[in-house]
Ligand binder design. Structure first.
Ligand SMILES: *Cc1c(COP(=O)(O)O)cnc(C)c1O
Length: 247
């Protein structure tokens, strides 16, 4: 890990280069992920700040989120409604510009809480959920942006809309249900080269005129940036290994 020297605003006050507790901190890891994203952006000719980094804080305590907030991070991802409800309402009060993304499966009985808490729901993955979200948005007046989860690997056990069905599903969500769908997300199969899945998702989003493309995790976010991601979801590379497996 290389620490920034000199008077740049990235320099941590009181941080000594080579101090392992500093190098291992959320602040330092966040800094190195931001730098890797910026370098990849410029290497592939994408505009500066074309990418939104979503810090995935699932399983990590509110203190870790606070450390990231102190380092200027404002966009976070959680995969469980219940866990997010325990951590984020107080933080959102203190940081009104905090943006929270749901990146895990959403059961219809959690839709009310999800609409109340999240600013973006990335896992719109079935007609029944679309109906429930539309109903709750009408009731509550809150309209979190929605991304359609696409099962790019067409894995039978995995959530998401099959690529061939995305266009019709999008039309139904928007035209009939009036959902604010702004993008697509995918989680490529673990045992496959992610690049072709990223390329497929980006191409679909372009064709459908959807501006937000959420793809790439700790192991492959630079690849995702090269293939056109607008949002990358990074957990381990920022917060370290998870203390227990996230569902
Ligand atoms: C946990 C999770 C991530 C972050 O994974 P890391 O490998 O820890 O960066 C990204 N996306 C989704 C959908 C996740 O569940």
């Amino acid at each position: 890990m290389t620490m920034t020297q000199g008077t740049g605003k990235d320099t941590q006050t009181g941080a000594e280069a080579g101090d392992s507790t500093v190098a291992d901190s959320v602040t330092a890891r966040l800094d190195s992920v931001r730098r890797a994203i910026a370098e990849t952006e410029s290497a592939c000719g994408r505009g500066k700040k074309a990418i939104t980094l979503i810090a995935v804080s699932k399983t990590h305590p509110a203190e870790a989120v606070e450390e990231a907030l102190a380092a200027g991070q404002r966009v976070f991802g959680e995969n469980r409604v219940q866990e997010a409800k325990g951590k984020f309402p107080a933080l959102k009060e203190r940081f009104p510009d905090l943006e929270l993304h749901l990146i895990g499966p959403l059961q219809t009985n959690k839709v009310k809480d999800a609409v109340a808490l999240f600013d973006v729901i990335q896992t719109l993955d079935r007609p029944k959920l679309a109906e429930a979200l539309a109903e709750e948005m009408a009731k509550s007046g809150r309209r979190p942006r929605c991304l359609i989860e696409v099962n790019t690997g067409e894995e039978p056990q995995k959530a998401g809309i099959a690529p061939a069905e995305v266009e019709a599903f999008l039309a139904d969500c928007r035209d009939r249900l009036g959902l604010p769908v702004t993008g697509l997300m995918c989680i490529p199969p673990v045992d496959e080269e992610p690049a072709m899945h990223f390329a497929l998702l980006a191409e679909m989003a372009r064709r459908l005129g959807l501006p937000e493309i959420s793809m790439g995790m700790s192991g492959d976010y630079e690849t995702a940036v090269r293939f056109g991601a607008t949002h990358v979801r990074v957990g381990t590379a920022i917060f370290g290994a998870r203390p227990y497996p996230a569902q």
